[in-house]
Write a protein that binds this ligand. Sequence first.
Ligand code: MIC
Ligand code: SF4
Length: 645
Amino acid sequence: MAKGTLTQKIIDAHLAGGSHHTGEPVSIRIDQTLTQDATGTMAFLEFEALGTPRVRTELSVSYVDHNMMQNGPENRNDHLYLESIARRTGAVFSPQGNGICHQLHIERFGAPGKTLLGSDSHTPTGGGIAMLAIGAGGLDVALAMAGKPFTLAYPKVIGIRLTGRLKSWSSAKDVVLKVLSILTTKGNVGCVAEYFGDGVATLSVPQRATITNMGAELGVTSSLFPSDDRTREFLARQGREECFVPLAADPDARYDRLIDIDLGEIVPLAACPSSPDLVKPVRELESIKVDQVLMGSCTNGSFRDLAMAATALRGRKIAAGISLAIAPGSRQTLEMLAERGFLTDLVAAGARILETGCGPCIGQGLSPADDTVSVRTFNRNFAGRSGTKGDRLYLVSPETAVATALTGHLTSPDTLDFPHPEIEEPERYRIDDRHFRRDFDPKAEVVRKPTIGEPPHNSPLPDDLAATILIKVGDKITTDHIMPAGIHLKHRSNIPRYAQVVFECFNTPGAPSFAERAEKLRDAGGAGAIVGGESYGQGSSREHAAICPMYLGVKAVIVKSLERIHRANLINFGILPLEFADPADYDRLVPGDVLVFKGLRGGLTRGGGTVTAETNGRKIVFDCRLSPGELETVLAGGKLNSVEA
Ligand code: MIC
Ligand code: SF4
């Protein structure tokens, strides 16, 4: 156990059961939850299915920020459901236009030392304000809303010691890109990244939040900063100083791994297509011509970032042919940009202003043209996420984005011929909480338009299973590959419809789609399996990447290694999570092979952590280490069958 770390202290203060041994299950009380409309509709439907009438956390906030396109009635149907169910169950409702859940939560609700569980993988943004903030599937968040503790593997703690101070054109985004270049997106499951050292005090809370936000791309359980004078200053500016408590790791804290970063040595960096860990100095990429520059998202949508951009663009004009669009992270930020004239600077320089929300980050509009480069201050550049097949997305800091918009090619901002704009954060941010709805009414009518479905239940795991391999995919398959978002987001509350696009990016025109093949097998009474490589299920927390395959009859996901949230989602919906005991067996399987498992229930119950299947006259062994709680869930066919609220 990583003794004396901040992670350990917050876990100890919330302990609800379990073990202190690294990797073993530990249960913690959850103080706050957040949900957003793309995952929250299902989370609230599940909350209803659990039968708990009222939210039992200190605070649960339901945000609308993802699905704002409203092409057809589906998105608005979701919003109306969410608004009414929040009212009926006592959750706070944050309507469209208020801003992106992670930024808003830090601004208006986050508090040092609290635990936060959110149905979005970037929930750890809250670590910027010293919350132990964890992303999870909707069902786990629904259970937390019902007052149940959350179980996680007791984390290893990676200590990241920051020293020095950032050079003027280097940014918090470059710090997290540096961390990604060291730790990569693979192999960090079950860890928390904890920042400490003299350099921490040089970073404001919004800068820290950029770092904890994109920590999600490491695959860690959470990222955490201490709570110090900068935290107090931020809370005072938000009119919430009473939430402040000082928190830090002990000076002799023991970390499982230690990384040293001198902030003074950080140079402007970019994550190259199509993974957030393919990091290079921007100076090495300067010949790349750019078509589009996008700023905002929950990583870089803060007042500091956008006021900096506006000041740099003041009196200047973006390069001819560049399309620059900016989505402020919150209403507060947008109002302050408007009030102080920054909005005028941005618009006059040629920027288009988008509404406050996720927008193009989740493929809702502004897809790049074929064979062009898009430079974004966002956190993910997974292939196709932008809505364009073959997209080339570079992830950069706001400083690099501005420099690039001015020149038309990737540009290291430290080559610009003017000084970095220093932004004075206001003494007090613009505070207006009137748009949050807190009108709890246990008798409120729940609005259910026809596109609002029900969460599907799985059947209990059979003892004998013959699973046909429906697809074989490679390493680092993200949940965006499994369940595309963008224009399909509007079907999140309608599983039969949304399931039609499972693995859409691997479909071949003219051949039956994955969904068609799976449905045919399921309707003939068969079961399906998915085979994948390393780090399967990276990225978003969307439990649809488990629910929709489950709905199509998938019973087992067989991979070299699995990411944390996706593994939990598979278990939550009764899909067997199997890892090759011998990774070489991956090469021996092909689509169409039938894996025959005998005495599965008995084998899993006896323990031992492995199961064996036969295919083509050969035996293949899979690791399947399940905690007692996970085993119960898998046998029952998912938590909706096994948990009582
Ligand atoms: C994302 O950034 O991929 C999302 C969209 O915010 C997801 C949640 C979702 O799929 O709704 C996430 O990060 O969990
Ligand atoms: Fe929204 Fe993008 Fe942040 Fe996900 S990563 S919450 S889609 S802004």
